[in-house]
Design a protein around this ligand. Structure first.
Ligand code: GLP
Length: 241
């Protein structure tokens, strides 16, 4: 895993946006993997600015998001679907039919996961995948556990994650207890991965991720097996690395 330590959140966001722009410049019909959470908001802002300045064209791009709460309707303000349109898709020229997220509103959750995995395969997989990391080491919604799933699946969120994500909801009780998430296999199939990590709260998990050990208790540690991962951190998250 390559790592790049930047001075602050703004620099991390700018570099992340530049890496995505570069991917589109080299392959205009790229399949991009996007993520949610607080961390990528700055990067999306930079991408919107670059689009408005005529520097990047999303018209041929396809996007796949990592995950979605379950059950969750698209119109809910805390759905990842809403988040992506609000922060990025509504402000750029990506085609609606080229945007994919797991369907949190599906009656049959497992069927929705299987269909999502199938669509991902049909599109030839992700060229550049964006990742964040949960305080407990989760990526997408692959929570620490004894056995990790390969493909897109339904997951029960851990108390840690419910607690961490409660800040986005009116109350902790409003956070859905389940999610649909790409599996570690779906993520590891991406040709390139860029992970953005910022803030002091992530320092302990960053240390564990770079410890040289691989364990499903820190799902992000599996990324050490991927041939092309760049982790972009701010000095706070990097701690004593
Ligand atoms: C959620 C998302 C993850 C994201 C994580 C960290 O749980 N499912 O994809 O990496 O939050 O979010 P934040 O960037 O807000 O710390």
């Amino acid at each position: 895993m390559k790592r790049i330590i930047c001075k602050d959140y703004n620099e991390v966001s700018r570099l992340g946006a530049f890496m995505f722009a570069q991917q589109i410049w080299s392959k205009p019909d790229s399949v991009l993997g996007f993520a949610t959470g607080g961390t990528p908001v700055g990067m999306y802002r930079y991408l919107v600015d670059m689009y408005k300045d005529g520097m990047v064209d999303f018209s041929a791009v396809t996007t796949f998001n990592l995950d979605e709460y379950y059950p969750m309707s698209k119109s809910h303000k805390q759905s990842y679907d809403y988040f992506m349109w609000d922060n990025l898709f509504s402000h750029i020229n990506v085609k609606r039919e080229n945007v994919f997220l797991p369907n949190g509103g599906a009656a049959d959750a497992q069927k929705a996961c299987d269909e999502y995995e199938h669509k991902l395969t049909l599109h030839g997989g992700v060229d550049l995948q964006l990742l964040g990391i949960g305080n407990n080491g989760h990526i997408a919604f692959n929570e620490p556990c004894d056995e990790l799933h390969v493909k897109t699946h339904v997951i029960e969120l851990t108390e840690d994650t419910i607690e961490a994500n409660a800040r986005f909801f009116d109350s902790r009780d409003d956070v859905p207890r389940k999610a649909l998430t790409m599996g570690l296999g779906s993520i590891m199939k991406a040709r390139r991965i860029v992970m953005l990590i910022t803030g002091k709260a992530k320092t302990p998990v960053v240390k564990q991720m770079f410890s040289g050990m691989i364990t499903p208790q820190i799902p992000a540690s599996l990324l050490q097996l991927h041939p092309d991962v760049t982790v972009v951190l701010d000095t706070e998250a990097a701690g004593e690395l």
